[in-house]
Ligand binder design. Structure first.
Ligand code: DGL
Length: 270
């Protein structure tokens, strides 16, 4: 096991979607090795209770710690929304989530301070984004909308279908009525719908993908803890692990990652 600064970063998600965060980590932190755990046996987390998502998140973190990671990135919005405070107490390593970075990115660009947030049912019900935005701008108006049908549509690859467009129009109606000028894509899967959502919203409305800001926060956190990896002497090999159906992960994962995946290991938890 590699330890110290050369140890890998652990990244986890309920499934494949968190690979959009890995894509940004690769781009911004090219020296860092990554172990990615996708809980494909228990996805989706979106409709599950906070207690269940906390338990899953603890089990995955235990596994990642056992693999010798030096920090954990919770790439899943639902897991961040329900489990980040618990994980920050429980895990003896830096833990980075996606909600605060997403909120920060939105508040940096909004002009009207009227912002929309879309996410899974669990993320929206948790109120985590509204709290994170109000921590930055107490008087901001936040219109939060659960979009539970988006995850299955993206997993099916229905990124440019009329059915998806119709559903998206209905979901985004309250945001349009409130005239938001910025929308946080508060779910791992939604960045893949950005082109379609961009057609539906008023011109000028900004869509925020928290992946880039999360990678930047990871970089800052590693620097603060003196944990940055030295330049590797050989090409980095990341590990991709799924709790079920690794062949599906391999096939669909490349769409989220934006590059090829050679191998997916299977590890059963719980
Ligand atoms: N990864 C989840 C999120 O970002 C979406 C998929 C799920 O519901 O598990 O909220």
């Amino acid at each position: 096991m590699v330890t110290g600064n050369s140890a890998p970063i652990g990244v986890f998600d309920s499934g494949i979607g968190g690979l959009t965060v890995v894509h940004e980590l690769e781009r911004q932190l090219p020296h860092e090795r990554i172990i990615y755990f996708g809980d494909t046996a228990r996805v989706p987390y979106g409709p599950k209770s906070p207690a269940t998502v906390e338990r899953y998140s603890r089990e995955i973190s235990d596994w990642l710690i056992g693999e010798g990671v030096k920090a954990i990135v919770v790439a899943c919005n639902t897991a961040t929304a329900h489990a980040l405070p618990m994980l920050r107490e429980y895990v003896p390593l830096p833990v980075i989530g996606v909600v605060e970075p997403g909120a920060r990115a939105a508040m940096r660009v909004t002009r009207s301070q009227v912002v929309g947030v879309i996410g899974t049912a669990g993320t929206i019900a948790s109120g985590a984004y509204v709290r994170a935005i109000h921590a930055i701008a107490p008087s901001a108006r936040v219109v939060a909308q659960a979009c539970p049908l988006f995850v299955p549509l993206v997993e099916e690859g229905w990124l440019d279908r009329d059915a998806t467009r119709l559903i998206a129009k209905e979901y985004l109606e309250p945001l349009a009525a409130a005239q938001v000028d910025t929308i946080v894509l508060g779910c791992t899967h939604y960045p893949l719908l950005a082109p379609l959502l961009g057609e539906i919203v008023r011109p000028g409305v900004l869509l925020i993908d928290s992946a880039a800001e999360t990678a930047a926060e990871t970089s800052r956190t590693l620097r603060e803890h003196g944990l940055e990896a030295p330049a590797p002497s050989a090409p980095l090999v990341h590990r991709f692990v799924a709790s079920d159906a690794p062949e599906h992960f391999l096939r669909v994962g490349q769409r989220f990652l934006g590059s090829a995946i050679d191998r997916v290991e299977k590890v059963t938890l719980g």
